[in-house]
Write a protein of this length. Structure first.
Length: 616
């Protein structure tokens, strides 16, 4: 595995701690509910607030601006993903403006220190304007808006650890070079990866933590991704690293940092939860009926972690959750795609160097033009009219450069559809778009590799295809390359392997929790002609029956050619049995090329979503 260059360790300037600390760390083993309120453009909602201890001496205050799951959203997200309780939100130029405004407001209020903190997934699963340039645009706009530090998320590993190093330390892409005509300097902020270590030596692949000083009081920021990352990224890119338990890792570093005299810590973690309190809308700064993995993680944390900036679930919340002491820590998340910012304020005791209190509110990154009656203006196509007064010109300059470069590809019409093709699941777990993508991959490999069956993982389908015209200007029913890429943004390879009928049954059984290591239920989408029945209540390993191909029962001893993307073929999403195929043949191009080729034979109708049946 490639290692960071010497010049890359300029990031170490962010790690204001003696070199001895790094050596010691390397040697240690790993063992409010509220009603939704109307928000003025710049006024945050009711905060969550935690008190930790009575102050013993003079105090100082600091601001932390948190967000997560940016996913290269240079432009404002479209559809429901770009609305927070009906308010048009997000986009890099607007996010930067709000960050600047919130910093200025804090400074006017006497808060001298402000750091911007991101909880993972800055890159990956990105719109074409960023993904076409290997997410260099995402890193460049985050640099411009003043991000100070970030944890890695699972999508930071989409193209493997070596590419993550390039995102951190810079350099042209090894295959595509410097596509935009100039160099790529990498992230100016440090990526933190405390719980990701090299198999060869046990050391973190990147800095595990960084230290900031507020009036001389040190605060440590420990960053990590979810332990379950290997199950949701391509195994090929992470084969030389290990992912460790979040609580054990966090507490390991808390012990070391305490030895160094650091008493206040912030966990920046790419894992989260969600609030749920019908009826909608939810308070963006609420914590109604909250649940999720971050609850148990926080429950196990050393109480020095007074603040937890979280992500991954794409949900918004600000919560007061108990840590290992039984006292509360402050836990935040700001949705996704730059639609919200968590404005966190902390007070520190200069004598004890501990948190005194902390509060957080989620501020909506509003980007629309508001009418006098409080509604938002929309253009003739029904899209929100963006407010130019809220655009940060320095970020717009970067964004415009890539918009111009990608436009000919993004706006190219590649095919057509007869109606909306959605990701909405029917009772069995099948989706109309899942059917279409599986059919596309089968058609792409049938002649060249003799494929008979195709499977598609639902997590790789990121958006629906809509019949209406889009901002690209194409006619209703026409699909552009940009729209197709939004559906399948991962650039996975398309591979065909041979499996016996018995192995295919094992693949289908592995859709259910408990079978051969599967931990999450996921329904594969299947191509036309392949059918089966399942009973969710049947014993593990015996849930699937009546498997047929073109109406003929699958022969357990016979061999069949099965196409998937290489994420699945390498055992992704827990489908370890799909890594057992033989005679692998890789098709030219990527999965999005299979989809666009199929759409080009259109107009394509929505899939029937009736290829497998749930009976109990």
């Amino acid at each position: 595995m490639a290692q960071p260059s010497a010049r890359g360790w300029r990031i170490a300037q962010h790690l204001a701690v003696p070199a001895l600390a790094v050596a010691v760390v390397a040697l240690l083993p790993l063992a409010k509910t509220g009603a939704t309120q109307t928000q003025d453009r710049w006024t945050p909602l009711t905060p969550a607030k935690v008190s930790f201890a009575t102050k013993t001496g003079p105090t100082t205050t600091a601001q932390l601006l948190g967000f997560n799951d940016f996913h290269g959203n240079i432009d404002p997200p479209t559809g429901s993903g770009g609305l927070i309780n009906g308010i048009p939100a997000g986009g890099s130029e607007y996010l930067s403006t709000y960050l600047t405004k919130l910093r200025d407001d804090a400074k006017k209020a006497g808060v001298k220190y402000s750091d911007t903190v991101v909880a993972g997934d800055n890159i990956g699963a990105s719109p074409l304007v960023s993904a076409a340039f290997h997410d260099e645009p995402a890193i460049e706009v985050l640099n411009a808006m003043g991000v100070d530090l970030a944890s890695v998320g699972n999508h930071e590993f989409d193209e493997g650890v070596t590419e993550l190093y390039r995102m951190q330390f810079g350099g042209c892409h090894p295959t595509d070079g410097c596509q935009d005509g100039d160099g790529f300097a990498g992230a100016k902020f440090p990526y933190l990866a405390a719980n990701v270590t090299q198999k060869s030596n046990g050391l973190p692949i990147l800095l595990p933590f960084t230290i900031r000083f507020y009036d001389g009081v040190p605060v440590a920021f420990v960053g990590m991704t979810l332990e379950g990352t290997p199950g949701i990224v391509n195994p090929a890119g992470i084969k030389n690293v290990d992912f460790h338990d979040e609580v054990e890792t966090a507490n390991k570093y808390a012990t070391i940092l305490n030895w160094l005299g650091i008493k206040s810590m912030v966990l920046v973690i790419h894992e989260g939860g969600a609030q749920s309190s019908p009826p909608a809308p939810l308070d963006p700064s609420g914590c109604a009926n909250f649940a999720g993995p971050i609850t148990d993680i926080t429950k196990g944390l050393n109480p020095a972690y007074g603040v937890v900036v979280s992500g991954h679930t794409h949900r918004f919340y600000s919560c007061e959750l108990p840590n290992s002491s039984g006292q509360n820590s402050l836990v935040t998340s700001a949705g996704t795609a730059g639609t919200l910012i968590s404005d966190i304020r902390v007070t520190l005791d200069k004598k004890t160097r501990k948190f005194v209190d902390a509060s957080a509110t989620n501020v909506i990154v509003e980007n629309g033009v508001k009418n006098a009656d409080g509604t938002y203006q929309r253009d003739a196509a029904g899209n929100p009219v963006r407010n130019p007064a809220l655009v940060d010109p320095k970020v717009k300059k970067i964004a415009d450069k890539y918009r111009v470069a990608v436009a000919p590809l993004a706006n190219k019409v590649v095919g057509s559809i007869t109606a909306d093709i959605t990701t909405t699941q029917v009772a069995s777990g099948e989706t109309p778009l899942g059917d279409v993508i599986a059919d596309a991959q089968l058609a792409y490999t049938k002649a060249s590799a003799g494929a008979q069956i195709a499977f598609m993982n639902p997590g790789g389908i990121r958006a629906s295809l809509t019949y209406a015209n889009s901002p690209g200007g194409e006619a209703p029913g026409q699909v552009t390359y940009g729209e197709a890429f939004t559906v399948q943004p991962f650039n996975n390879l398309v591979v065909t392997q041979s499996f016996t009928g018995a192995q295919i049954k094992d693949v289908l059984e592995q859709q259910f929790v408990g079978f051969q290591g599967q931990t999450v239920q996921r329904f594969l989408q299947v191509s036309a002609g392949f059918t089966y029945t399942y009973s969710a209540s049947a014993p593990v390993g015996s849930k699937v029956s009546d498997i047929k191909l073109n109406g003929v029962a699958l022969d357990p001893a016979a061999s069949y050619k099965v196409t998937t993307n290489d994420f699945l073929a390498n055992g992704g999403d827990g489908f370890l049995n799909l890594a057992k195929g033989t005679g692998r043949v890789t098709a030219p191009g990527f999965d999005v090329d299979a989809l666009t080729a199929y759409l080009g034979t259109g107009p394509i109708a929505p899939g029937p979503a009736d290829r497998y049946t749930k009976i109990a």
